[in-house]
Design a protein around this ligand. Structure first.
Ligand code: COA
Length: 159
């Protein structure tokens, strides 16, 4: 499997929105109040790209992207097409974004997205904040996860 990387722009919004929709089409990510898949709600729409974007492709098909803001040391979005998950693509994009940021990074994740929370915790992120926000008409808990600057140890702590 050969992965290619390229810098993306707002011209890639439709592609990235498609990857995001598929990645979030997961019955495990449900709203605790409505128990409906967030797929059916008026949820994430990619806002105007206010930072940088890296896109990963396999066999010329765009399959994953990361949006990040260097000045805020923040990962805005990181999504991998479901068919291409568990191949190391997410970890690669995450580490590349942190290499560009050259410092600690943070990401905001919905508490109910346990799989993603566990994924980040497994890569050296720690919970640095949590809060309630109105989201899709209800109160939703969010976590801010933060990782210190990348070292071989912080990329993948030993179990
Ligand atoms: C969370 C997410 C970004 C992770 O991306 P990914 O590409 O699937 O992640 P990786 O492949 O790097 O790591 C996933 C697992 O695959 C394993 N893996 C890595 N390379 C592998 C390979 N070549 N073969 C098999 N497994 C592999 C890793 O060990 C890891 O296991 P772990 O989570 O138990 O530690 C992605 O699954 C996703 O988009 N999820 C849905 C959307 C979401 O929730 N995003 C976060 C909100 S910001």
């Amino acid at each position: 499997m050969k992965m290619n990387l390229r810098h993306g722009s707002s011209f890639d919004d439709i592609i990235c929105q498609g990857i995001m929709d598929l990645a979030l089409d997961d019955p495990a990510i449900t709203d605790p109040e409505t128990q409906s898949s967030i797929e059916h709600q008026n949820r994430f729409r990619l806002p105007k790209l206010g930072g940088r974007r890296l896109i990963a492709s396999i066999d010329r098909k765009d399959v994953a992207f990361v949006d990040y803001v260097i000045a805020k040391q923040h990962i805005k979005y990181l999504f991998v097409h479901p068919k291409y998950q568990r191949k190391g693509i997410g970890a690669k994009l995450l580490n590349l974004a942190q290499e560009q940021i050259k410092d600690a990074i943070s990401v905001n994740v919905l508490c109910i997205n346990e799989r993603a929370v566990l994924w980040y915790l497994g890569r050296g992120f720690k919970v640095s904040n949590c809060w309630l926000e109105r989201f899709n008409g209800g109160k939703t808990a969010w976590l801010k996860l933060t990782r210190a600057n990348v070292t071989p140890q912080s990329r993948r702590p030993s179990k």
